[in-house]
Design a protein. Sequence first.
Length: 111
Amino acid sequence: MPRVHPKEKVVLGAAALSLSLPVLLVSIALSDGLIQGRTRFLPCVHQTIFHHECMTCGMTRSFGAMWKGNVRLASAYNLGGPPAFIAVWILCFMGVALITDGRRPSRRRNQ
């Protein structure tokens, strides 16, 4: 198996973080309002045109419920929400691992 250059690992890690962190941050920022019905979004274009929900309808509310630890409610909003939430976290951790190359932060010694 070919070795990956360290710079390529950093690029892959940055890409993983740029995909996962916005999803996690937006879902936690909106979680209270989404579950309580205070936050409103534009109507789903797919639902407007075809008159049925798309595969991602309810995904943001599902992520909000996952932040609250309510897996049952998250599954009710969108059945794929809890697995997608876990996948986004895995992607986030993979990004950090690729950027740091598995190294732990070193402590500076006082000399």
